[in-house]
Design a protein around this ligand. Structure first.
Ligand code: SF4
Length: 415
């Protein structure tokens, strides 16, 4: 790579609106936490947020806090604190960084948002193990710490076809968490509010899907690295009108870019698909590394995780059960391979990068021969990067750079 080369990455104007959205979100939580005027539920990132909205809870998602610990690179010093308490360096570094931050009494929220001292205090913690078991252990730790209830949905993993029996089981579990949640909320689940939240979530999901699909244009107006932060409202704001408003603005800007042929990088020669988690502490470095090689990482399995197309306000429990089970992370390799093949076609991809995140086997899909099988079928080359979402001690920047450069050279030769 020529280090002297000028790298021009075009940021989206609406990124600022997304930043404001997140600031408002955290200030609202902080105010509720301090005043005690509104109950707060902590929820996993693909947990049953709509039920919580139907009971008037404000909803906080600790994974976004952990991602901030990653982007600020605070995580590296905090993970060992949780390791010392018996949480292995091999398990989710979101969990270890977050618990480490709590015991140390630090938070990136207080650096980013004046007046916020730390995470909001939960009244209840709500998980869904659809993504992994780690979230259950993570929430159990906080449940004990704050002496508040922890309720959850135990779901299936490695699902090939989502069947009626999957849906029935998960929908019943979702119904069963209502009563303990009502006790904490001090009020009943309002079916109209609940259905409304499901409808808003669906609208948010549809808009987010359209934003991500805009990357199919050549050149792509959106990169994976931008999408990892633009997805904030889809994670923390689904079920609210504000998230919908944000994505309407983003979609408008993306459509403008497509109409005018404006790409996120200059001279897009190689279109890359990213599978797995981002390396939060290296977003900027990785985005520049690829851009300098005229490679645009345009789509990912990760950012599509907040598309819930099955949500239906007229059938809230069953449709939530389906939406939260149809997710990529929940599915079998057979399903995942077909899913990725479809995306390679849709986005006209030249190469695939798999991130083997050491502490998240759940979001690493390269460990059981998938890259080789997909390469054999599609003849699209792939590269596996060893790293981690938050623990920067588990990656080598030099190795990543060398491997990416060699990979793009290979794509160049193939053209
Ligand atoms: S899916 Fe991975 S990164 Fe997310 S909470 Fe589970 S182990 Fe951690």
């Amino acid at each position: 790579m020529n280090d002297e080369k000028k790298i021009n990455i075009r940021r989206l104007k609406t990124a600022r609106d997304m930043g404001k959205f997140m600031a408002d979100y955290y200030y609202e939580l902080d105010e509720a936490s301090k005043s005690g005027k509104q109950k707060i539920a902590w929820c996993t990132s693909v947990g049953p947020a709509e039920i919580l909205r139907g009971m008037g809870f404000l909803t906080y998602f600790p994974e976004t806090h952990s991602a901030m610990l990653g982007t600020t690179r605070m995580a590296v010093d905090l993970i060992p604190k949780a390791n010392a308490m018996g949480y292995s360096p091999e398990i989710c570094s979101y969990l270890t960084a977050d618990i480490g931050a709590f015991v140390e009494g630090v938070s990136p929220l207080s650096r980013a948002f004046k007046g916020i001292e730390g995470v909001p205090k939960p009244d209840v913690l709500v998980f869904n193990t659809n993504q992994c078991r780690d979230v259950q252990d993570w929430f159990a730790w906080y449940g004990e710490k704050f002496n508040v209830p922890v309720v959850g949905v135990h779901t299936y993993r490695g699902v090939k076809d989502v069947t009626p029996s999957h849906i029935t089981s998960i929908a019943r579990q979702m119904e069963n968490i209502v009563e303990p949640l009502e006790e904490v909320a001090g009020r009943k689940l309002d079916m109209d509010e609940f259905k409304h939240a499901v409808g808003l979530s669906r609208e948010c999901s549809d808009l987010w899907e359209k934003c991500l699909a805009a990357a199919a244009a050549k050149p792509s107006p959106l990169s994976f690295f931008d999408a990892t932060t633009l997805m904030g409202p889809a994670v923390v704001g689904r079920g609210t009108q504000r998230a919908i408003d944000s994505y309407n603005l983003l979609l408008e800007e993306l459509e403008e870019r497509v109409a005018e042929g404006i790409g996120t990088i200059d001279d897009e020669k190689h279109r890359i698909y990213w599978d797995g988690m981002p390396v939060w502490g290296r977003l900027s470095m990785h985005s520049k590394l690829f851009a300098a090689l005229n490679a645009n990482v345009i789509a990912s399995t990760y950012c599509s995780s907040w598309i819930f197309s099955a949500l239906d306000a007229n059938d809230p429990f069953n449709s939530m059960a389906r939406a939260y089970t149809e997710l990529f992370i929940v599915r079998s390799d057979e399903y995942k391979e077909q899913y990725i093949k479809d995306k390679l076609d849709l986005f006209n991809i030249d190469g695939v990068v798999y991130h083997d995140a050491k502490t998240c086997p759940n979001n690493s899909n390269c460990r059981y021969g998938m890259p080789q099988r997909l390469e054999d079928e599609t003849h699209i080359p792939s590269l596996t990067i060893n790293g981690d979402l938050n623990d920067l001690r588990l990656l080598s920047d030099e190795q990543t750079k060398t491997n990416v450069e060699a990979f793009i050279e290979q794509l160049e030769e193939n053209k």
